[in-house]
Design a protein around this ligand. Structure first.
Ligand code: CP
Length: 317
């Protein structure tokens, strides 16, 4: 079954949320619009009955602070029952396979799995092996995709720039190992931004990255010129199995986002980072904590965007 068919019902509604690829601008815009309604909840209201009677399982096989917490808050604010699986203490550590773990959780009448896994394709694999009444949301799989992160990034951008078609966006850093970058590029293209640049050393660029519709820059001075949005990426040392960099200090010297470098972009350019940030390695503290930084706003927006995605899956139009 194709990824597109797996994610959408025959009517074109969201069934699973696995990757941006195969979706369309209409669905992405509906996610952003729905998130806006959750973001502007009347004062004093912080719960909706949308997932009342439903059970959501957070299945995180890899560490997470932002994604896991905001998924839990999102599901709770939609009135779901939430089961946070403690993988370290689960029977996975006794050799139980991924599929057996899933089958056992299914037997507890759950409705949705939110899955983070270090293997690319894990969320798709689970979606292919679960019964039709269960939905899967990909919370990050290996180097493949992190679609809810991309959507909260799009939501954050739209809070500042209503029209995507005017924007020049630069994605900076370890594109090679980044599931976030792949999903961001797909979402930015689908929403029609004017230009996407990737800025990185050659060793941290995937082969044929141009085929995703981006321009390559190996130098920050040229790459940041006239840019509206700078999306920084974390150096993913845990995924580097050989020497990709001469040294960390050399990397910061060439690709770190300092105040001086930020001034090369358009006046007032906005700075984003999915987190966790490495201060002094990919971004200076003065920039991360500065006026142009949206980093904590991105985290905040993760709740409304994840509420939107879960509610669209559970309540197809
Ligand atoms: N952005 C992101 O995925 O952060 P966590 O790893 O903390 O979830």
């Amino acid at each position: 079954m194709s990824k597109q068919n797996l994610q959408l019902t025959p009517e074109g509604r969201l069934k699973h949320f696995l990757t941006i690829e195969g979706l369309n601008a209409e669905i992405l815009t509906e996610i952003l619009d729905t998130a806006e309604t959750f973001e502007s909840m009347p004062k004093g209201v912080n719960k909706y009955p949308v997932l009342m009677g439903k059970t959501v399982v957070n299945l995180f096989f890899e560490n997470s602070t932002r994604t896991r917490s905001t998924f839990e808050l999102a599901a709770t604010r939609l009135s779901a029952e939430v089961l946070n699986m403690d993988i370290e203490r689960s029977s996975t550590s006794k050799g139980e396979s991924l599929l057996d773990t899933i089958n056992n959780l299914e037997a507890m009448n759950v409705d949705m799995f939110v899955v983070r896994h270090d293997q690319s394709g894990a969320a798709h694999f689970i979606a292919q092996h679960t019964p039709p009444h269960i939905s899967i949301i990909n919370a990050g799989d290996g180097q493949h995709a992190h679609p809810t992160q991309a959507m909260l990034d799009m939501f954050t951008i739209r809070q500042h720039h209503k029209d995507f078609s005017t924007l020049k966006v630069a994605i900076v850093g370890d594109v090679l190992h980044s599931r976030v970058a792949r999903s961001q590029i797909q979402a930015l293209n689908m929403l029609g931004v004017k230009e996407i640049r990737v800025i990185a050393p050659k060793t941290l660029l995937p082969a044929q990255i141009e085929s995703l519709g981006v321009k390559i820059y190996l130098d920050m001075t040229e790459g940041l010129d006239d840019i509206d949005i700078i999306m920084m990426l974390r150096l993913q040392k845990e995924r580097m199995n050989s020497a990709f960099l001469a040294s960390e200090s050399e990397y910061y010297k060439c690709f770190g986002l300092t105040e001086e470098r930020l001034s090369l972009a358009k006046k007032g350019a906005l700075v984003m980072h999915p987190g966790p940030i490495n201060r002094g390695l990919e971004i200076a503290s003065a920039v991360a904590d500065g006026e142009q930084s949206l980093i904590l706003q991105q985290v905040h927006n993760g709740i409304a965007v994840r509420m939107a995605i879960m509610s669209m899956i559970i309540q197809p139009k």
